[in-house]
Design a protein around this ligand. Structure first.
Ligand code: ADP
Ligand code: MG
Length: 546
């Protein structure tokens, strides 16, 4: 019987009683005393009539043989068997991997016996002299129910772990493909710029109507199609673009802790040694979590027979001598170290030399070879470095160094209020209420006089009423009714000096591209931060952008 999926907490004893009475169980009674065997069968008489199976084994040898052969929900074991040697049956069974719970039967209640039985791994003890038949039966049902609930929980954990692993593998694959696609797209775009640029020059120098011009124009058309394809690739990889923030790695670790513990399972000890007053770093929190997951999963894979994994953080000062010794290209200075250490198999020199290559794996079909490649990419893009330290049979430590973020905090402070502020009048046209509210709030905080409109039509009405001194129009591109580009065309006719800033999640609207050629018209891709918006608005208004 399986516990329903949503039974998040182990059932209380009443639930447990119900559970057990709902499902027939199979128990084994091991004793060498015929009257004890008879007594238990009598007590469980009603359960037996209800379809439960109670098997009696006389003596420890017969008992152990049955336990190794069959699966039971519970074993009732007579403590006084063999002159008080009953518990050796439990110990022998456990040593050979048997996981059945034991209910120990005592002739009389005896605290010391009970305590030592429980200490040796018994589930519960029942004194036969005082327990009524009904009480004994209840105890059996309770023990069975508890064991089943535990099993179900273990099963759930296992399922959850498998699901997380699948997810992780998928994420790694996507990450690597995304990076690959992004890289290819960038390189291609540079090549295409040359191809299309020279097509342009050539076509201008060739005689109108000649056969060569036609061919050059064909090349140009194919080039443009290729550029569109690259655009699609870029769109895919853009999801992987890092969104760095100034963060505290200890927080990220605390946040990921539970998931990591789940992933590594029961036979591996999980420890963290987090530095107090850890300096902040500038990194993408989601990506750092991915880094942790990938390293911890590798650590787990390296410890099939159990072990320990330790995550550590520290503020460190790296000097040139050390960096030279470990062949790191980092500059000497203050870093935050994040390390993941395992007590697993370790690696030989050959493995170490290929470690970060995409698709390098020693795990056959089970591996993707993308875990460390992804980690490497993220760490490099965050301005850091990762150094493995491993020997066969001696475990592995990966140390990641990320630059301490003090400089960036200062830089951000420079960006804030004064430098970004302004008093000009800005009209925002955006059909998504929450986005409009956000953008309005961002700009008002920077001092601008902001008018809001939920559609192009509303914007035109506003303009007619009191829109005389609109310095900047901030418009969404795609809206129901008139589009942002159509709106600008109308408004620009009346006020040629008004600047325009389009905001959109897509870059490839044909109309938008046509508009962007015009003077004073600019674009900012969603999502953006207040700082990015502030800087862009300032630059547009000050005519700093061409
Ligand atoms: P995968 O785990 O899919 O094999 P990775 O890129 O994560 O791919 O790792 C590449 C290889 O590096 C692994 O197959 C393994 O041989 C080795 N490796 C990585 N981490 C460890 C570790 N903690 N202990 C031992 N070997 C490791
Ligand atoms: Mg891996």
């Amino acid at each position: 019987m399986r516990i329903p999926e949503d039974a998040a907490v182990p059932p209380s004893s009443t639930d447990a009683d119900e559970l057990a009475s709902a499902a027939p169980f199979r128990v084994i009674v091991i004793a060498d005393n015929a009257s004890v065997l008879r007594r238990v069968s009598l007590s469980l008489g009603e359960a037996i009539r209800g379809g439960c199976r109670v098997e009696s084994m006389s003596g420890s040898e017969a008992g152990l043989a049955a336990l190794s052969r069959e699966t039971y929900d519970l074993c009732l074991l007579h403590h006084q068997m063999g002159g008080g040697q009953g518990l050796t049956v439990m110990k022998t069974a456990r040593a050979s991997g048997c996981r059945v719970p034991f209910l120990v039967l005592l002739d009389q209640a005896a605290d010391t016996l009970e305590m030592s039985a429980i200490a040796q791994g018994a589930d519960e003890c029942v004194p036969l002299d005082t327990a009524s038949d009904a009480a004994l039966e209840r105890q059996v049902r309770r023990s069975v129910a508890r064991a089943r609930a535990l099993d179900a929980e273990r099963e759930r954990d296992l399922t959850e772990r498998r699901r997380l692993e699948d997810q992780l593998r998928q994420a790694q694959k996507m990450e690597a493909i995304g990076q690959l696609a992004g890289g290819v797209a960038h390189d291609f775009n540079n090549l295409l710029m040359v191809i299309l640029g020279y097509c342009e020059t050539l076509s201008l120098s060739l005689p109108e109507g000649g056969p060569t011009l036609g061919q050059v124009l064909e090349i140009k058309k194919a080039g443009s199609r290729a550029a569109q394809l690259t655009q699609q690739l870029l769109a895919f990889s853009r999801r992987q673009i890092l969104q760095p923030k100034v963060i505290d790695l200890n927080w990220i670790i605390a946040d990921t802790d539970r998931m990591l513990r789940r992933l590594i399972g029961e036979n591996i000890v999980f420890r963290t040694k987090l530095a107090s007053e850890l300096r902040p770093v500038k990194a993408d929190p989601g990506q750092i979590q991915q880094v942790l997951l990938n390293l911890v999963v590798n650590a787990r894979d390296a410890m099939p027979d159990g072990g320990a994994v330790t995550i550590e953080t520290a503020n460190v000062q790296l000097d040139a001598t050390y960096l030279g010794m470990v062949h790191s290209s980092l500059k000497a200075g203050g870093y935050v170290m994040l390390s993941v250490t395992d007590t697993g198999t370790g690696m030989d020199a050959e493995t170490l030399s290929h470690l970060f290559e995409p698709f390098f794996t020693t795990k056959g079909l089970k591996g993707t070879g993308l875990g460390l490649a992804t980690v490497y990419g993220v760490v490099q893009q965050s301005g850091g470095d990762i150094l493995p330290d491993s020997e066969p049979g001696r475990g592995t430590t990966f140390r990641i160094y990320l630059p301490q973020a003090t400089a960036d905090l200062a830089e951000q402070r420079l960006e804030t209020p004064a430098a970004l502020a302004g008093e000009e009048r800005v009209l925002i046209v955006e059909d998504e209420g929450p986005v409009r509210a956000l953008v309005t709030a961002m700009l008002r905080r920077q001092g601008y006089d902001v008018l809001e409109a939920a559609s192009a039509e509303e914007a035109l009405a506003l303009e007619e009423k009191d829109g005389d001194d609109i310095d900047l129009l901030v418009a969404d591109v795609v809206m129901p009714g008139l589009s942002g580009t159509e709106l600008t065309q109308r408004m620009k006719d009346l006020r040629p000096r008004m600047k325009v800033l389009f905001i959109s999640g897509h870059t490839d609207h044909v109309q938008l591209r046509n508009e962007l050629h015009k003077p004073g018209v600019h674009f900012l891709q969603k999502p953006f931060t207040a700082t990015a918006l502030g800087r862009k608005v300032r630059d547009v208004l000050d005519g700093l952008l061409v």
